[in-house]
Design a protein around this ligand. Structure first.
Ligand code: XBP
Ligand code: MG
Length: 228
């Protein structure tokens, strides 16, 4: 194994279980704000997670479950409005401390910093969600611990496309062989592998049954893992 210089973390499902009780209720609150009778229960949301990115997920759902809405001339504007409302609801939950880090995450980040490893983020979620989560769950200056934060729409194609990892690697100015991606999902693993990264997978509540073929390691959680 080439020497490890940097850890590149996914956020949702990896740093914290943000989906079921964070993003999902925030989407539902946004639907209500905008007068839509849509409701994403836990099971449906698990299926919708196959589509990464909040705006993409809203569009996908509307096209299949409410085609009249998807055909509205203002549909693109509605998606934007829904997503802005959803982000505001999500940020309130994060700020209220409702989304704690998964076991071992804070300790791993501290140990990696002590060991002189560089840190980065590669996520599909919006940048403001990332900084809010890091601030609320680690420390007010925690976003500064991460040299590169690749998030949301900074690339055209979201995971499982490798774009976000290419974007982060370019800014770290490191070859993939000196980095390790940490992911919780098959989509994330696929993105990392296509970018030629080794990938440690820590499956979460929505991803335990997924196929992680190709992963460098699969661990239940990050407590105690110090693989450098
Ligand atoms: C996470 C996601 C995100 C969130 C929603 O995937 O799919 O889209 O569910 O975030 P990954 P936004 O962990 O693979 O990055 O609404 O801000 O897009
Ligand atoms: Mg994830």
């Amino acid at each position: 194994m080439n020497r490890l210089h940097a850890l590149i973390f996914d956020v949702d499902g990896t740093l914290a279980e943000t989906e079921r009780d964070g993003h999902r209720p925030a989407f539902n609150a946004a639907f209500a704000d905008c007068g839509l009778d849509w409701h994403w229960d836990e099971k449906l949301y698990g299926e919708l997670l196959a589509v990464t990115g909040g705006k993409e997920r809203i569009r996908h759902y509307a096209e299949r479950h409410d085609p009249a809405c998807a055909a509205r001339p203002d549909f693109a504007a509605l998606v934007k409005q829904l997503h802005a409302a959803k982000t505001a609801h999500y940020l309130q939950r994060v700020a209220a401390g409702q989304l704690p880090l998964r076991p071992g995450v804070a300790e791993l980040i501290a140990a990696a910093r002590n060991a002189g490893l560089r840190l980065a983020i590669a996520t599909t979620t919006s940048p403001e969600n990332v900084t809010a989560l890091l601030r609320a769950s680690l420390a007010p200056d925690a976003p500064d611990w991460f040299e590169v934060i690749g998030a949301g729409d900074c690339v055209p194609n979201k995971k499982p496309a490798p774009d976000i990892y290419h974007w982060v690697l370019e800014r770290l100015a490191l070859p993939a062989s000196n980095c390790l991606a940490i992911e919780d999902s098959k989509n994330g693993l696929q993105a990392a592998l296509t970018a030629s990264l080794r990938c440690l997978v820590t499956p979460g509540e929505y991803t335990t049954d997924q196929d992680f073929s190709g992963a460098w390691r699969v661990v239940g959680d990050l407590a105690g893992w110090r693989g450098w």
